[in-house]
Design a protein around this ligand. Structure first.
Ligand SMILES: [Zn+2]
Length: 280
């Protein structure tokens, strides 16, 4: 079962320009927290209400989907382009983003782009994005789903240390620094051992981890976050994870003198705020 922790979006749905702006704001924030150096990171959203793409994306091409998604016929994806910088989406969204509308049958789609487009292909991680969108939407029937891949410095650094590659160790250590962390990530952090970027193995591990978590850490690479509500909420989840990793890193660097919230304290927080969790 997917964690359908959030309510579906209700009409009136966000307009295309609003969605592009939110993708831009998410990209800028991820850049501010050093989670997307150079052209690292990528973002996509899936919308299941009708969207008029032609006004912003007049160029039309056929597009072969990385996997068949028959139940998503008619759905629209907004996806960052390969090699584009997430921090620049906000300046000129159509230069960095493409729209894809899934055809009947779900094997192919129509790729919508702008004359200002500055990329050849959509992100090379689109296979993982699509697989996650599809899996989550089939499980929860949500009408909106956002996925972000980012490479926050401290999260990625800790993922190189053997003991943080153990999911229980990772979670009990990172979720202990602020009361908000367990509230925002009650299922904790999923973990996928190192897999080659864009590989089917990374895609499968990610899919599995996100069935049980809102974020997943990719060893020695970065992380992925999702949301049923907004792309900015997915970006917030990257930020909560990176903040937790920063505390942990800080604690390591001073000889681990910080106490952290005790398991009792975390259980009391969860009781007060009605958070279901089974990490502590
Ligand atoms: Zn990456």
């Amino acid at each position: 079962m997917a964690e359908s922790d959030e309510l579906m979006l209700q009409a009136p749905y966000p307009e295309l320009d609003d969605l592009l702006e939110m993708m831009g704001e998410a990209g800028r924030r991820l850049s501010d927290i050093e989670a997307t150096e150079g052209a690292a990171g990528n973002v996509s959203v899936c919308l299941r209400w009708p969207v008029e793409l032609r006004t912003r994306f007049p160029l039309l091409d056929d597009f072969e989907l990385p996997q068949a998604v028959p139940e998503l016929a008619g759905a629209t994806f907004l996806v960052s382009g390969s090699g584009r910088r997430l921090r620049e989406i906000i300046d000129e969204p159509v230069a960095s983003i493409a729209g894809i509308v899934v055809d009947e049958g779900g094997q192919t789609g129509k790729l919508y782009t702008s004359y200002q487009r500055r990329f050849e292909r959509v992100t090379s991680e689109f296979n993982s994005h699509l697989a996650v969108h599809y899996d989550q939407i089939l499980a929860s029937n949500t009408n909106f789903h956002a996925v972000i891949h980012a490479q926050p410095l401290h999260v990625t650094y800790l993922s190189h240390i053997r003991r943080y590659q153990d999911e229980a160790y990772l979670n009990t250590h990172l979720l202990r620094w602020q009361p908000e962390t367990i509230i925002n990530l009650p299922e904790g952090m999923g973990f996928v051992p190192f897999r080659i970027p864009s590989s089917p193995e990374l895609m499968e591990g990610t899919l599995d981890a996100l069935r049980h978590h809102r974020i997943v850490i990719w060893a020695k690479h970065g992380m992925m976050a999702r949301s049923d509500v907004s792309v900015k909420r997915a970006a917030d989840r990257v930020e909560y994870t990176e903040t937790a990793a920063k505390y942990e890193y800080l604690n390591l660097s001073v000889g681990e003198i910080g106490e952290g919230l005790s398991p009792d304290e975390i259980r009391a927080i969860c009781k007060t705020f009605n958070v279901q969790q089974n990490i502590f």
